[in-house]
Design a protein around this ligand. Sequence first.
Ligand SMILES: [Mn+2]
Length: 346
Amino acid sequence: MAYFRVVSQQLAEMQKLFCRDDDWCILIMADPDALASALALKRLMRTRVRSVTIAHVNKISRPDNLAMIRHLHLPVLRWREALRGQAQRFAMVDSQPSHSPFFPDVDYAILIDHHPAPPEEDGPQAVFQDIRPSYGSVSTMMTEYLYGAGLRPGRLLATALQYGIRTDTGTFSRHCTDTDLRAYQYLARFADTALLERILRSEYLPQWLPYFSRAIESMRPCGRGRYTWLGRVGSADLLVVVADFFLRVLGLRWVAVCGESGGRLVAIFRGGGERLNLGAVAALTFEGLGTGGGHAAMARAEMALKNLPKKEEGGREDAEAFTFRCVHEAAERCQSASRARSGDVL
Ligand SMILES: [Mn+2]
């Protein structure tokens, strides 16, 4: 039995499109799977066409994507109209033209994807297309193509493809098949484990570090959990990043990482446990003034700063003191409700 699905027919159809006089542009919405797949397609084309450019239409800001580009020396450009005239042929991997208004309106020669295909009556989106929604990642499909073409992936390409498979399958915890796992194992022969580890651990941008020190300095007990205040942050996502970090600390039952962003007070909850449902805490936090909810172990509450209660002597309450009080009271209410349910005697 062959190691992978036999792709010789598809490969031959695809290779028919390669011509030594053509410059190609591979378009992607950059994420690990798309970046790795584009690199693999470039490898398939390399000796058969004049040039290959990989262009992404989205801004790349996630640290793991930036780490992948840096450590694997991925040659990518941001798409701009000027690139249109520099290529005669266009390809797309891990997306379809309808997925983003930022994809240029060009004739695609190759389309390889694992997202659901549009209805058949809409017609093909490319001269050659291979759309397989059953696959966990396009990186798996590209590994099959490389194998079918008799090309051993180099160290950087193999590492990129492994990272693509890991990311899209949540390290094989969701939507994955035996083929995804087999491709991953096959790539392990060529990949660089230390490099992969380096990329996997690139979770933070250097400009985020001051928020971590603010979080650690401002941390204080809040019932059985901890509360931290980061003040004004550019994006509420930063509160999430910091809150996720504290999940790694043994013995912190739960943490609320709070701050102001875009004119709103935001509280991010992480941790929880059998006795305390953080979704319920978040729902009570800004009760009547904002919104809140989530799961038992991760939740979020927000309210507009303009809803801060007025003080008797005029002006508004201090945002930080108010947020602490709201979180503390909500947690105490949930804690005592759970004690009552479990029959604890106070
Ligand atoms: Mn994908």
